[in-house]
Design a protein around this ligand. Structure first.
Ligand SMILES: [Mg+2]
Length: 236
């Protein structure tokens, strides 16, 4: 407790008092990238493509990453060009071991204090998102999950995905903040007037993929490395 005559000189936290809609990516955003969960999903995508299209693992990996770059997600390319059934693909790639995830008490408390509604906005599937939120102890904290079906299989970072969630959630973009580990997924959010927060986990992919070096950061309002710590520090 400071004496009354001594002003508090501590730096005020970043100002989020205009925000009542909190939008979180799921994978590598609500849990740490070094839990390597996404590596399991990545591996299963490669396996699925190799088996389904009868190509080598190397060819499958190339295709997987070129679709990701071109269409925003691997699935989007597979639907357009290879007539893959999305439900079968989603069930297969998300059938992973979640035991590295444990309840993150700091993050639970940080998200609980946020005023307004909290959403998960993912290119993955709802079933996977629910399992992950359960493991993290965040199921109660999240108002709604927007998954790839909500997006009608048009993934981030395509602008249509953002327009769809704005309609679904019926919110004003200027009163929303979006949290993401993939920097490129924040570009449309910024363009629409949302406050953007990039969780820089140091991976090549978080920097928009190896082929897209992160040259311009104008679309990033805040760059952070610890989501719970940041959410505790902001002014709300
Ligand atoms: Mg992510």
């Amino acid at each position: 407790m400071l004496p009354l005559n001594q002003p508090d000189t501590a730096e005020p936290g970043p100002d989020f008092r205009h925000v009542d809609t909190w939008i979180f990516d799921l994978d590598n955003t609500l849990y740490r990238a070094d839990s390597n969960l996404f590596a399991q999903i990545d591996q299963r995508m490669t396996d699925y493509i190799a088996r389904h299209l009868s190509v080598t693992v190397e060819a499958a990996w190339q295709l997987q990453h070129s679709y990701y770059r071109e269409y925003g997600s691997t699935l989007s390319g597979l639907i357009r060009l290879n007539n893959v059934d999305p439900e079968t693909f989603l069930a297969y790639v998300h059938d992973i071991d979640l035991s590295p995830l444990t309840p993150d008490e700091a993050l639970i408390a940080a998200i609980d204090r946020l005023p307004g509604r909290r959403f998960v906005f993912t290119n993955g599937c709802r079933h996977h998102a629910k399992r992950v939120l359960d493991r993290l102890g965040l199921s109660e904290a999240v108002t709604e999950i927007w998954d790839i079906r909500t997006l009608d299989f048009t993934p981030k970072p395509q602008a249509e995905a953002y327009h769809r969630v704005i309609t679904t959630g019926a919110f004003e973009p200027k009163s929303a903040a979006m949290f993401e580990d993939m920097a490129r997924n924040l570009m449309p959010a910024y363009a629409l007037g949302m406050t953007t927060v990039w969780i820089n986990n140091g991976s090549e992919w978080s920097h928009q993929g190896p082929e897209y070096p992160l040259v311009a950061r104008r679309h990033i309002h805040h760059e952070i490395d610890d989501l719970a710590e940041f959410l505790h520090a902001i002014r709300i």
